[in-house]
Design a protein around this ligand. Structure first.
Ligand code: NAD
Ligand code: IPM
Ligand code: MN
Length: 359
């Protein structure tokens, strides 16, 4: 029996609803693959602010560090939107990522055939789309210095963030991206704004220099504005995309809509060593929280990514991915992926269907 310690971070909004479904799925799958999971829950985001005053209590970070993997749902909500930045839920999430050194965020956007009609784009545009966005996660404008609210000589407030990357930060994410591309269709598109930004020129130069180490990978470059357009115009041209923190945040939400809903997109946040965090791409969806309307599939698929990337259990991951396909084949749909002739269900009922599909 393989034994794993997993920290659960339900966070805010729909977090507790979707993580409950995923835990049931993991508990069902475990004995089938001779795995044993020890789950420990910890606080992050608004829930942690309310209980402790901090969006990432020291205790949470320690619990995460001592585990084999972390499963996060989402953080944030209206209630905490007016707190000073250091006390916001989002700051807790950023501190978790940087505290665990999770510089590489893998966001796969794969369209499942059952959901083509749920996409806002035409069938021929999205059919067969399979993109991996590799987003740099602990640098760029999210973390660059100086940052903050300053005052000008004339007494105006001036908000400042700095987009910065060192060569080392670029090289390590580029290496991850080249290696992922090699395992896919060996096409890597690096996205930047090198026509305007020095930080992007350095990004492009370093990625280009690394290409000689990977002669089998076909490297291309796009400016981010064009990349956003191309993602919607002809997404099938993309295989693997590598980009910085902010561009990756935005482009992965856009890529999510190719798959029908942001509620379908999982992600893996990985570092050089230590536990990774597996989290859906979407947020805490406060507009539907507590109503049993959330789509739990991005969370469930994040659990599958944990099995694959953290525990090297690809068969267990595939069993979960197959169960997702099974329930979609059976017609189960939450509101965000609903289309004509399908069965509208809530979060809990989708979970029950998954458990039936697994047993
Ligand atoms: P969001 O992703 O929470 O929601 C955007 C829209 O998508 C909403 O209409 C929501 O109902 C819908 N949606 C999202 N996930 C869904 C799901 N699983 N099933 C069905 N519908 C779903 O983004 P937002 O509204 O911009 O942000 C809300 C809060 O979440 C903010 O506080 C934000 O900072 C936070 N946020 C957190 C994360 C994270 O924890 N990783 C990511 C993004 C946003
Ligand atoms: C995400 C979110 C976060 C980000 C926020 C909530 C800090 O949008 O995980 O995509 O910008 O990285
Ligand atoms: Mn985002």
């Amino acid at each position: 029996t393989e034994y794993y310690r997993i920290t659960l971070l339900p966070g805010d909004g729909i977090g507790s609803e979707i993580i409950a479904v995923m835990v049931d799925v993991l508990k069902t799958i475990a004995p089938k693959f001779d795995l044993e999971f020890n789950f420990q829950e910890a606080l992050i985001g608004g829930a942690a602010i309310d209980a402790t005053g901090s969006p990432l209590p020291e205790e949470t970070l320690n619990t995460c560090r001592q585990s084999d993997a972390v499963l996060l749902a989402a953080i944030g909500g209206y209630k905490w939107d007016n707190l000073p930045r250091s006390q916001r839920p989002e700051t807790g999430l950023l501190a978790l990522r940087s505290g665990l050194g999770l510089f590489a965020n893998l966001r796969p956007a794969t369209i499942l055939p059952q959901l083509i009609d749920a996409s806002t784009l035409k069938r021929e545009v999205v059919e067969g789309v399979d993109i991996m966005v590799v987003r740099e996660l602990t640098g760029g404008v999210y973390f660059g210095e100086p940052k903050g609210l300053f005052e000008t000589e004339t007494g105006q407030k001036r908000g400042v963030n700095t987009m910065a990357y060192t060569e080392g930060e670029i090289d390590r994410i580029a290496k991850v991206a080249f290696e992922i591309a090699q395992k896919r269709k060996s096409q890597l598109c690096s996205v930047d704004k090198a026509n305007v930004l020095e930080v992007s020129q350095l990004w492009r130069d370093r990625v280009t220099a690394m290409a000689s180490d990977y002669p089998d990978v076909q490297l291309s470059h796009l400016y981010v504005d064009n990349a956003a357009m191309q993602l919607v115009r002809a997404p099938k041209q993309f295989d693997t995309i590598v980009t910085g923190n902010l561009f990756g945040d935005i482009l992965s939400d856009a890529a999510a809509m190719l798959t029908g809903s942001i509620g379908m997109l999982p992600s893996a946040s990985l570092g050089a060593s230590g536990p990774g965090v597996f989290e859906p791409v979407h947020g805490s969806a406060p507009d539907i929280a507590g109503q049993d309307k959330a789509n739990p599939l991005a969370q469930v698929l994040s659990g599958a990514m944990m099995l694959r990337y953290a525990f090297n259990q690809p068969q267990a991951a595939e069993a979960i991915e197959d169960a997702v396909q099974t329930v979609l084949n059976q017609g189960y749909r939450t509101g965000d992926i609903m289309s004509e002739g399908q069965k509208l269900v809530g979060c809990r009922e989708m979970g029950e269907a998954l458990l039936r599909a697994l047993s």
